[in-house]
Design a protein around this ligand. Structure first.
Ligand SMILES: Nc1nc2c(ncn2[C@@H]2O[C@H](COP(=O)(O)OP(=O)(O)OP(=O)(O)O)[C@@H](O)[C@H]2O)c(=O)[nH]1
Ligand SMILES: [Mg+2]
Length: 193
């Protein structure tokens, strides 16, 4: 974690990545929780990804993130989280390595109607040993599944937290950020306690 000055006192800052499949709600999440105007890099969805990105599941979706989302939130007045949302479409996945550099943890947003879209993110963070948790984004019209069922479907080990979130809701998104930060810090200090 880096240390910096904010209003005359020390504030630690760190980086959290918001990831997940195409249209899982990453941009919505960063926009809901950020205390600064989030930086977005949205472009119109084109036919280039037809048949690849599950466009039919979100027919009303007109734009997609092509580089990243960026936002910031202060937790507890002395911990600043910088939020980096990944692009969802496959053709932009090459950006992920740069985006996650220096992050302490990641949230993988999951739409249970398209669980398979989450596999790439799970594999990515597992391979890099970056602590992550799963946040099921509860879309209004999606079925509700117990978190244990989602854990099983994603073949996740028991120690990885699975929570639910409403990416549109600031409090819900903030709770998810607190959970991933605690989890990441615990993972960094395995001998604690
Ligand atoms: N009902 C509901 N709709 C949501 C929620 N989160 C996102 N949406 C909608 O789902 C669509 C996709 O959301 P985005 O935030 O653009 O998803 P994304 O993961 O950033 O998408 P890409 O960057 O293209 O991968 C948008 O139309 C949102 O308004 C949610 O929690 N509930
Ligand atoms: Mg996006």
């Amino acid at each position: 974690m880096a240390s910096g000055h904010s209003e005359g006192r020390d504030a630690a800052s760190t980086k959290i990545v918001i990831s997940g499949g195409f249209g899982a709600g990453k941009t919505t999440f960063v926009g809901a929780v950020s205390e600064i105007m989030p930086l977005r890099t949205e472009a119109l969805v084109t036919n280039a990804s037809e048949g690849l990105d599950g466009l039919e599941a979100t027919p009303e979706k007109r734009t997609t993130t092509v580089a990243m989302d960026f936002g910031r939130i202060t937790l507890d007045e002395d911990l600043v989280l910088y939020l980096f949302g990944t692009p969802g479409q496959r053709r932009f996945w090459f950006m992920w390595d740069d985006l996650v550099r220096g992050a302490i943890g990641a949230i993988i947003l999951v739409d249970v109607r398209r669980l398979q879209d989450s596999f790439a993110a799970v594999d990515f963070f597992e391979a890099r040993n970056l602590p992550f948790l799963i946040a099921i984004n509860e879309f209004d019209d999606a079925p509700r599944h117990p978190t244990q069922a989602v854990r099983k479907a994603l073949a996740l080990p028991e120690h990885i937290p699975v929570i639910t979130v409403d990416a549109r809701d600031r409090h819900s998104a903030k709770a998810a950020l607190i959970a991933v930060t605690e989890y990441a810090l615990d993972s960094l200090t395995p001998l604690r306690g």
